[in-house]
Write a protein that binds this ligand. Structure first.
Ligand code: NDP
Ligand code: 8X3
Length: 250
C-alpha cells in the first residue's frame, strides 16, 4: 500500500533530498517549511513522480503547526512516516558570550518545534497502532564540542526525546529512529554563521556528507520489514572522526 510521509524542513538540505528520494519510491509527500516559493518549486518537480501536498508554517508557532496539520485534505490525512528534520544551529560562541536570540531559536525550533509536530501527528499513529517517526539528531547530540553548547544541548534533547518516544510508543508498534549525521554540506552553515564568509570554509578541504547520503539512510530505515526498527544511526564522512577531528587537505 502506498505510504504518506510528512517531512519538516523540506525546502533545503536533508529534508529536500529526502523528499526527492521518497518520490523515487512513489511515497506520497507532505512537504513543510517556511519558504513558500521553494515549497512550490519542489512540489512542481516531484508531482511528476508522486502526489505532493505542501504546508507552509513555522514549527515554533504551536497554533500554526496544529492548524496546518489539521488542514490536511483527506488524501493526505493519514501519515505513515514523520520525518522531524526542521532545525539549524544558530551561532558558534562560548557560553559566556552566546546570543540569547540564538539560544531561543535553537531550543524553539530543534526541540519544541519537533515536539509540536510530533504531538499533532502521534495520536493518529497510536490509534492505528502503526507508524514510523524519524528524528534527525546530530553527532552533536552524542558529543559536545567547543562553542557547541546550546546546539549540542538541543540535539542531546532530540536524542533523549527520541529514546523516550521509542519507549512510550512501544506498546503501539510504532517505530522510532534517530539519524545522527556529522558534517553535511547544506545551507546549515549559512544559517549558523548568518551568511558570514566563514560559512564558505566549513566544507572546504574535504568531502563532507551530502544531503543525499542522509536521504539514502532514511530511505533504508523506512523500507525495513515490519519487525525491524533501525533505532539509532551515527554517520560521518570518511574525513571526519568525531566532532573536532576532520582530516583536511593541507
Ligand atoms: P538546511 O539549513 O539546509 O535546512 C534546514 C531546514 O529546516 C530548511 O528546510 C528550513 O526551511 C527548515 N526550518 C528551519 N527553521 C524552521 C522553522 N522555524 N520552521 C519550519 N522549518 C524550519 O540544514 P540541514 O538540511 O543540514 O538540516 C536539517 C536537519 O539536520 C537539522 O535538524 C540539523 O540540525 C540537522 N543536521 C545537520 C547537519 C549538517 O551538518 N548540515 C549535521 C547533523 C544534523 P525554511 O527556512 O523554509 O523554513
Ligand atoms: C551538525 C553537525 O558538527 O556542525 O549537526 O554540529 S555539527
Amino acid at each position: 500500500m502506498t505510504k504518506t510521509a510528512l517531512i519538516t524542513g523540506a525546502t533545503s538540505g536533508i529534508g529536500r533530498a529526502t523528499a526527492h528520494e521518497f518520490a523515487k519510491h512513489g511515497i506520497h509527500l507532505i512537504l513543510c517549511g517556511r519558504r513558500q516559493e521553494r515549497l512550490h518549486t519542489i512540489q512542481q518537480a516531484l508531482s511528476k513522480q508522486t502526489q505532493v501536498h505542501t504546508l507552509n508554517f513555522d514549527v515554533r508557532d504551536k497554533d500554526a503547526t496544529f492548524n496546518a496539520i489539521t488542514s490536511l485534505p483527506d488524501d493526505f490525512k493519514t501519515i505513515d512516516i514523520l520525518i522531524n528534520n526542521a532545525g539549524n544551529a544558530h551561532g558558534l560562541d562560548p557560553i559566556q558570550s552566546g546570543n540569547i536570540d540564538d539560544w531561543d531559536a535553537m531550543m524553539d525550533i530543534n526541540v519544541k518545534g519537533l515536539l509540536y509536530v510530533s504531538k499533532a501527528i502521534i495520536p493518529q499513529m497510536t490509534e492505528r497502532k502503526s507508524g514510523h517517526i524519524i528524528n534527525i539528531g546530530s553527532s552533536a547530540g552524542k558529543e559536545v564540542y567547543p562553542k557547541g553548547n546550546v546546539y549540542c544541548g538541543s540535539k542531546h534533547a532530540v536524542l533523549a526525546i527520541t529514546e523516550g518516544m521509542r519507549i512510550d510508543l512501544n506498546p503501539f508498534g510504532i517505530k522510532v529512529t534517530a539519524i545522527n549525521p556529522g558534517l553535511v554540506e547544506t545551507e546549515f552553515s549559512q544559517v549558523r554563521f548568518k551568511g558570514d564568509a566563514i560559512a564558505d570554509n566549513v566544507y572546504k578541504g574535504y568531502k563532507a556528507l551530502q544531503a543525499e547520503d542522509i536521504a539514502e539512510v532514511i530511505q533504508f530505515a523506512i523500507s525495513r520489514p515490519a519487525h525491524v526498527n533501525i533505532a539509532d544511526v551515527l554517520l560521518f564522512c570518511t574525513a571526519q572522526a568525531n566532532s573536532t577531528i576532520v582530516k583536511k587537505d593541507s
